[in-house]
Write a protein that binds this ligand. Structure first.
Ligand SMILES: [Zn+2]
Length: 129
């Protein structure tokens, strides 16, 4: 479900579904952006989670992560090619962002979050209140 802001919803959206291939996601937003009828969106956001997922699952320098980067790069390249073909490249800003970086961590410097102690509400002393 799309998030509303002050009761306003996006005109077009799809709920996130990791099962939809990256190229299908790109094709879909290109269809929105190049629609002959109806209003075209002024802002489009596409989530490509594959690099993040591969990095978390296999590490930032793993072959699986490199393959995910290649796939995401191909998806962005496909978007740019579609925009160029539709003569929209010159008037479209494409911004690629990431939610965080990643670094290799030695296995003996990790722990499972499920083993963390349960959070307890702090008990403030009278002088802190
Ligand atoms: Zn992440």
């Amino acid at each position: 479900m799309a998030a509303s802001r002050d009761g306003v919803l996006p005109r077009y959206w799809h709920d996130f579904d990791a099962g939809i291939p990256l190229d299908a996601r790109i094709d879909h937003v290109v269809d929105w952006m190049t629609a002959a009828d109806g209003p075209r969106p002024g802002l489009v956001a596409v989530y490509l989670e594959n690099v993040d997922r591969a990095g978390h699952d296999h590490g930032p320098h793993a072959p699986q992560t490199r393959a995910a980067i290649r796939a995401a790069d191909a998806a962005v390249g496909s978007l740019l090619a579609h925009l160029d073909h539709a003569a929209m490249a010159e008037r479209t800003n494409v911004v690629v962002v990431s939610d965080h970086g990643m670094a290799d961590v030695a296995a003996d410097h990790t722990w499972r979050s499920r083993t963390w102690p349960r959070w307890r509400k702090p008990r403030w002393s009278a002088s802190v209140r």
